[in-house]
Each structure stands twice: as structure tokens, then as C-alpha cells.
Design a protein around this ligand. Structure first.
Ligand code: B12
Ligand code: SF4
Length: 480
């Protein structure tokens, strides 16, 4: 039974780990609670696994992961957690949810070593990349280096039915996530990805990515959102992939996340020809000093030109900014707003800073503002993660909370009503977003319809309130 109000999304992490295990001679199966079964006990009785891995990419999903851990333990089976959230707060997870082990960072290689060690009766303390409790003490084994993912086996798509994960995004109604590369070499102080990927970008082989796209397309997919923090920064690999896509000439569009300074105009034209129709640039601030202090390490002076190339080619560009940095002033925010407006990107996002676990900015929030994360999974999920970019979780700046919200929601509203500059597309962003929302609402039955309508209406009213009232604040930041 689909969990009410939640859209299932391709569990790429689990698929990648299970494919890896199968390639090395182990049996593996994916039980997807969102689309396949709610009766995990029954599934366990049927399959009889020796060990169960649970994916905890977020604290929101960790609430269910905790219940699931109890169910699996009740069948006398060992439980391993992995994913971004489990890696970010291992001690809390070990003490509260009580999995037997947490695999820190990427799961493939560690999982294989762990099952081999358990099978042979070896000592798990020799397996790098693990955290576990021993006599109430948290043990961390040696840190594991990130893997060379270009050497990973092909994804075994027989593990799941990809059609169950189609969702709507940017006009595609059968969109799926896929990873082409992983990690980002930059070291932004507000980002949590850097610890996870140890500042290293690694790319899968272009022909391997293409085999995945061939398969997903054969199953009916008409959109791919590359989940990479930074989409294939190496030009030769990106070009190889784009050329294969051009040769295939599929009726399929895709989107990705990029950093300023990676693409030149020819790259942009090639990506467009290969089907790229939406692209996100994280720019964060319009102030060069702030760019330096958050170690974003981009050149703001090329932003307008780069975005111009993409928009001219026909892509919808989302330029993403943050307000609420430590000691940020009104003037700084005004500069960011006016800089953002000069870029002529189809969508401008201005999010409110949230200190994330494992980010350097959390240290500041903690040491200077006395901020601490809630000490429970539920607290982290509901107080921090849920709608994080819409809420002021801790205000590190020198402006009022309401100022941050007005700036954030004003741009939200603009993207609601904005017209897409996509050249070969006759409808605007609002129609795209509305069609995506309706598709999602209708796909999930009557309960989904009411929940979706309620959530959308609530969101719409909040956006409307902050973007249309508070005139004085709007004027202060040059928001007409
Ligand atoms: C696609 C995606 C989604 C999809 C869901 C993907 C899915 N079903 O797995 C959707 C859109 C639904 C989504 C939603 C959310 N997401 Co999200 N998402 C991503 C994204 C862009 C890619 C993940 C991915 O598929 N990567 C490719 C696969 C191969 O790698 P992977 O998932 O990391 O898996 C590897 C490891 O994590 C580990 N692993 C994963 N699972 C397991 C399980 C076991 C047992 C083991 C051993 C290891 C292991 O091994 C895997 C293989 O190497 C990441 C950012 C990123 N680039 O990683 C954010 C990210 C994971 N999301 C994030 C967040 C915050 C959310 C939301 C809370 C956002 C929100 N406010 O609503 C929700 C929560 C949804 C939920 N119910 O959990 C954060 C997590 C931050 C954190 N906790 O530290 C990330 C890191 C983005 C960010 N930088 O802020 N997300
Ligand atoms: S460029 Fe993006 S992914 Fe890379 S460290 Fe900065 S915020 Fe994180």
C-alpha cells in the first residue's frame, strides 16, 4: 500500500548495493515498503534473509526505519542501517533505533565485506566504514575511502519494477532518478555532502550510464533527473554521454545540477541537443565576500553569461540562493536579491539556511548561537528536515525571521506565476508545476487527492501571505 501522501522514488542506493552483492555471488532482494508490501513480517518469512539492510536517507524516513528495525529484530534477524541520515548521526541512531550495525557512507563495498566477515565468523572490527554498539560504547571502525564507482558492476534492474516509480517533473510524467556521478570536490561550509563523499567526484562509465538509460527508456521513462550533486564535471565523459544520447535520439528529456565554471557555451549546446531541459545552479549569494567565506569558490562574474547560454539554448534554469548566513546583514541580502534579478533565469530560489548535520555551519550555530539538534529521530525529522528551506530553524543572520521568510516566499511566488523562457515549449512554468502536482495527486487515489489538495492549498496560502503582505519589508529588499 503506498504510504499516504508520499511519492515513491527509485531506491537507487539499495538497487546499487543489491546489484553489487549479486555480482559478487550473494543473493539479494529489495522489499520496497512504499510500493510493494506493508507486511514486512510476511515478506521476511517468505524470503528468509540472513541479514536486512534498511535505507535511511533522511530522518523523515528514519521514523519508519526505526519501526521496521523492531519488526525485523522480532524475527531474530540482524539489521544494518545505511544512507545519509544514518551516516550523519550514527550515535543517535544506534542508541535510539538499535540497528546492529551502521554502514557509514557508500554501502556497496562495506556491505560485501560485512556479510563475508559475518558468514566466515570473522571479526567485524576489521571491516572499515562501520559503526556499532559494544557494551553501550559506540565503536567506529577505520574510515573507508570512497569507492571507484567506475569499476562497479552494471545495475541489475531485475531487482525492481521501475514503472512503479515514475513521477512527474518538469513536464515529464514518467521521470526517474539516476546517478551518473557522485560527490563534489567543493567544500561549502553549509553542505553535508562533503563529509559523505570526502570531497571527491567520481563518475560511472558513460557506456554503463547509457545502458541504464536504454533500459529505463525501454520501460517507458520519458525523463531522467540525474541525482548527482554535480553532474559529470569531467568534460570528456560528459561529452561521450551526450553524444550517445544524441545518437539514440530518444523522446526523453533530462535535468541536472551544475556549478558555475564547469560548462562553456559549446557544452551547453551539446547538452541541450542531448535532451537536457532543466538545470540547477547553486549560486548561494550575490556577495563575493560571502562566496569566499562559505568556500563556494565560484566566480560570480560568469553567472549571467553561463545562465544566458542555457536559457538561450532552451533550458529552464533554476538559480538557487541562500539567505540567513552567519551575521548576514540587510545590505547583503539586498545585494543577493538584486544580483539574482539580473540573471534572467527562469526560476530563482532563495532558501533559508538550515544548519545540516556534518556541516561546518552547524558548528557556528552551535558554538555561537547555542543551537543544538533535537536528540531524537522524530525531532530531527519534524523540527529540522520537514520543509527545512521554508522555516527559520535558527536565525544566524542580523535580520528578523520575517525578513528571511518574505524574501524566500517572494521568489517562490515569482516562480509560481513566472513564464518559462523555454523556447520549444509553449507553456510556462506555472502550467508545468501545476500539471506535475495534478499528476501526483491523481496517481495516488482519493486519499492522495485530498491530502495533496490540502498540502498544496496550505503551501499556496503561506506563499501568498508572505509574498503579498509585509509591504515595508518587501520594499526594504527591493521586491516590488
Ligand atoms: C533522489 C533523492 C531523493 C528522492 C528519494 C531517493 C530515494 N528513494 O532514495 C526524493 C525526491 C523522494 C527525496 C526526498 C527527500 N530527500 Co533526498 N535526495 C535525493 C538525492 C538527490 C539523490 C539520492 C540518490 O539516489 N543517490 C544515488 C544513490 C546511488 O546513492 P545514495 O542514495 O546516497 O545511496 C548510497 C549511500 O547513501 C548508501 N546507502 C543508502 N541506503 C543504504 C542502505 C543500506 C542498508 C546501506 C548499507 C547503505 C545505504 O549506499 C548507497 C550506495 O552507495 C540526494 C542527494 C545526493 N546527491 O545524494 C538527496 C538527499 C539524500 N535528500 C535529502 C533530504 C533532506 C530529503 C528530504 C528530507 C527533503 C524534504 N525536506 O522533503 C526528503 C525525504 C524523503 C524521505 N521520505 O526520506 C538530503 C539528506 C541530508 C541528510 N540527511 O544528511 C540529501 C543528501 C540532499 C541534501 N544534500 O540535502 N530525496
Ligand atoms: S558545490 Fe554544492 S554539492 Fe558541492 S560542496 Fe558546495 S553545496 Fe555541496
Amino acid at each position: 500500500m503506498p504510504v499516504f501522501g508520499r511519492v515513491p522514488s527509485l531506491p537507487l542506493g539499495l538497487v546499487s548495493i543489491a546489484s553489487y552483492l549479486r555480482a559478487y555471488g550473494h543473493d539479494a532482494k529489495i522489499i520496497e515498503c512504499l510500493v510493494e508490501t506493508n507486511d514486512v513480517s510476511k515478506a521476511l518469512q517468505e524470503y528468509k534473509p540472513d541479514i536486512v539492510g534498511i535505507s535511511a536517507i533522511s530522518f523523515l524516513s528514519s521514523i519508519e526505519a526505526k519501526n521496521l528495525t523492531e519488526t525485523v529484530h522480532a524475527s531474530g534477524i540482524k539489521v544494518v542501517w545505511g544512507g545519509q541520515a544514518a551516516t550523519a548521526m550514527p550515535e543517535l541512531v544506534l542508541r535510539e533505533a538499535k540497528p546492529d550495525y551502521i554502514i557509514l557512507g557508500e554501502g556497496e563495498v562495506t556491505w560485501l565485506e560485512l556479510v563475508n566477515t559475518l558468514e566466515s565468523g570473522g571479526n567485524v572490527s576489521a571491516v572499515s566504514g562501520l559503526a556499532y554498539l559494544e557494551k553501550d560504547k559506540v565503536i567506529f571502525t577505520k574510515q573507508r575511502d570512497v569507492a571507484d564507482i567506475s569499476q562497479f558492476p552494471d545495475i541489475d534492474w531485475s531487482l525492481i519494477d521501475v514503472k512503479k516509480y515514475f513521477s512527474s517533473f518538469f513536464g515529464c510524467n514518467k521521470m526517474l532518478y539516476l546517478h551518473a556521478s557522485k560527490g563534489c570536490p567543493a567544500q561549502c561550509t553549509f553542505c553535508s555532502n562533503q563529509t559523505f563523499h570526502q570531497h571527491k567526484n567520481r563518475c560511472r562509465k558513460p557506456e554503463q550510464i547509457m545502458r541504464d538509460i536504454d533500459y529505463l527508456y525501454s520501460q517507458g521513462a520519458n525523463g531522467i533527473y540525474f541525482s548527482d550533486e554535480l553532474f559529470v564535471p569531467k568534460r570528456e565523459l560528459r561529452t561521450e554521454l551526450c553524444e550517445m544520447l544524441i545518437e539514440r535520439n530518444y523522446d526523453l528529456t533530462w535535468g541536472c545540477q551544475m556549478r558555475l565554471g564547469v560548462l562553456n557555451e559549446d557544452d551547453v549546446k551539446l547538452m541541450y541537443k542531448a535532451g537536457c531541459r532543466w538545470i540547477l545552479f547553486g549560486i548561494e549569494s550575490g556577495n563575493p565576500e560571502r562566496i569566499k567565506s562559505i568556500r563556494k569558490n565560484i566566480d560570480l562574474s560568469i553567472a549571467k553569461e553561463t545562465i544566458g547560454w542555457c536559457e538561450k539554448a532552451g533550458m529552464t534554469v533554476q538559480a538557487s540562493f541562500i539567505v540567513g548566513f552567519p551575521e548576514e546583514t540587510e545590505e547583503e541580502i539586498r545585494n543577493t536579491v538584486s544580483f539574482a534579478k539580473t540573471l534572467n533565469s527562469s526560476i530563482i530560489n532563495i532558501n533559508i539556511l538550515t544548519p545540516l548535520p556534518n556541516s561546518e555551519i552547524y558548528e557556528y550555530a552551535h558554538n555561537v548561537k547555542g543551537f543544538s539538534f533535537p536528540d531524537s529521530i522524530r525531532g530531527l525529522a519534524l523540527e529540522i528536515e520537514q520543509n527545512a528551506t521554508d522555516k527559520v530553524i535558527v536565525n544566524l543572520s542580523e535580520v528578523d525571521d520575517v525578513d528571511l521568510k518574505v524574501v524566500h516566499y517572494y521568489f517562490h511566488w515569482r516562480s509560481f506565476i513566472g513564464k518559462s523562457t523555454v523556447k520549444d515549449d509553449s507553456y510556462g512554468i506555472i502550467r508545468k508545476l501545476a500539471s506535475d502536482t495534478f499528476n501526483r495527486i491523481f496517481k495516488h487515489g482519493i486519499k492522495g487527492f485530498f491530502y495533496g489538495t490540502y498540502a498544496s492549498a496550505k503551501q499556496f496560502l503561506t506563499v501568498y501571505y508572505y509574498s503579498h503582505f509585509h509591504r515595508k519589508t518587501r520594499r526594504k529588499y527591493g521586491l516590488k
